[in-house]
Design a protein around this ligand. Structure first.
Ligand code: ZN
Length: 258
């Protein structure tokens, strides 16, 4: 049985890891952002003592005799609308290595964080840069499991542990399929999911939050002639609060009255 990603949001620590820097080609001391050498640091530093500078993948201390460095306010980069202080890192002595690999790890602030994309929160799925992948974000594992079961489950060997809802697509609503059918089938399928989880729990550990406990207020309504909406409140063994789940089936031709 496959499992989905954990997409519960977690707060981000705004750690920037191994950002590439290069040495100023005139003073051989000041670090510039490798991808934009006009800048010193890409982002504000939140906690100078936590900055880590690596040369050739080796961590160097700020008091290193050869590569010791200082971190001082970048007086040329003051943003009046932004209270975050920019700094610059400077080697105490000129470093004239031929193109040394310099990487800096540090903690920044939310508005400059590449890790969480300034959202302040993280989950297991990172947005694809080309935007081509649709992600589910902010939905509990249990909710995903329930929706997956209701909308996509299929098993030719154990059809009794699936939900026939997707087979309703294309059927005439109100004639072959009614709202009561949909509610009943979902209820049957979710009771099946509870059985599956009970069995699953005997061979692997499940979070209480991902275990379906109860289904309440299950309603199937015909919103308009072209769509049916299903909603329910589901509870887990993890939290006392019910989580609302809903989806709708929409068609381009009328569902009813044909
Ligand atoms: Zn962040």
């Amino acid at each position: 049985m496959s499992y989905d990603f954990n997409v519960r949001l977690q707060s981000c620590g705004h750690e920037i890891s191994m950002e590439r820097y290069v040495i100023d080609w005139e003073d051989f001391r000041t670090l510039h952002l490798a991808s934009n050498v006009i800048l010193n640091m890409r982002a504000p530093i939140n906690g100078i003592s936590l900055v880590q500078v690596y040369i050739g993948s080796q961590l160097v201390q700020s008091n290193d005799p050869l590569y010791g460095y200082t971190i001082t306010p970048d007086i040329n980069r003051v943003q009046t609308d932004n209270p975050n202080q920019f700094y610059k890192i400077m080697f105490k002595r000129p470093v004239r290595w031929f193109v040394p690999l310099i990487e800096v790890s540090y903690i920044t602030v939310k508005n400059f964080c590449l890790k969480c994309g300034t959202a302040g929160q993280l989950n297991d799925i990172k947005p694809a840069s080309n935007g081509s992948v649709i992600h589910t974000v902010g939905t509990d594992k249990m909710v995903q499991r329930v929706l997956k079961m209701v909308l996509t489950s299929q098993c030719e060997f154990y059809p009794q542990f699936t939900c026939p809802i997707k087979g309703y697509v294309g059927k005439k609503f109100g004639v072959t399929v009614t709202d009561v059918d949909i509610s009943n089938q979902i209820m049957v399928a979710l009771q099946g999911l509870k059985s599956i989880q009970s069995a699953q729990r005997t061979v692997q550990s499940l979070d209480p939050q991902e275990m379906l406990k109860d289904i309440q207020n299950l309603q199937t309504t015909v919103v308009d002639p072209n769509s049916v909406a299903v909603s329910a409140d589901i509870t887990s063994y993890g939290t006392p609060n019910a989580t609302p789940v809903s989806f709708s089936l929409t068609t381009s031709s009328q569902l009813v009255g044909q």
